[in-house]
Write a protein that binds this ligand. Sequence first.
Ligand SMILES: CC(C)(COP(=O)(O)OP(=O)(O)OC[C@H]1O[C@@H](n2cnc3c(N)ncnc32)[C@H](O)[C@@H]1OP(=O)(O)O)[C@@H](O)C(=O)NCCC(=O)NCCS
Length: 169
Amino acid sequence: MNEINFTLRPFRKGDEPSLAANISSKKIERYTQNIPYPYKIEHARQWVKRNIENDRKKEKAERNFVIDLDGQVIGSVGLSGIRGHRAEIGYWLAAEHWGCGITTAAVKMVTAYAFKELGLRRVYAYVAPANKASSGVLKNGGYKYEGLIRKHGMKHGKPVDLLLFAKTR
Ligand SMILES: CC(C)(COP(=O)(O)OP(=O)(O)OC[C@H]1O[C@@H](n2cnc3c(N)ncnc32)[C@H](O)[C@@H]1OP(=O)(O)O)[C@@H](O)C(=O)NCCC(=O)NCCS
């Protein structure tokens, strides 16, 4: 495994161009629920602004981290719907870096943050059945498969089945 040295950090001003350049891909849009294609610089501006504002709040409903390589946003791992003792985890990585174990490492770090820093007891993820890499990331991270949730997602106006994975403590 050619694991690269990356840093995990909050979003900051200046991230917009590398975010837009690296996330704007059909390979990423295909298996995600809320990432548009094409992903325009305006989407990136809104996303970075939203995260800077969120990170200043005491009570955080979501927390998104940049996977940073040489100052560039090459991916992200985030917790959303942080409510009570649980949250949903989501992630993407620029296709040129796939298969190196980067997302596995980043998901492990964010899951540890969720349990240790936020005190959560359950972190879960929904995955398209065909998205073997994402299921692989979760299994590597100690997440357990809990079942197929029928028509849980909506893709291009059609409901789609999703696999549910979770890690608890
Ligand atoms: C999912 C995604 C983030 C994975 O990133 P990555 O850094 O390449 O993942 P990793 O290298 O850490 O691990 C992937 C695991 O899945 C396995 N895997 C990858 N493709 C696979 C396939 N076609 N069949 C079976 N296993 C596969 C890998 O071998 C690896 O497991 P291993 O360490 O046991 O070998 C990346 O593919 C991506 O951005 N996809 C588009 C967005 C997305 O799907 N987001 C998640 C939505 S739920």
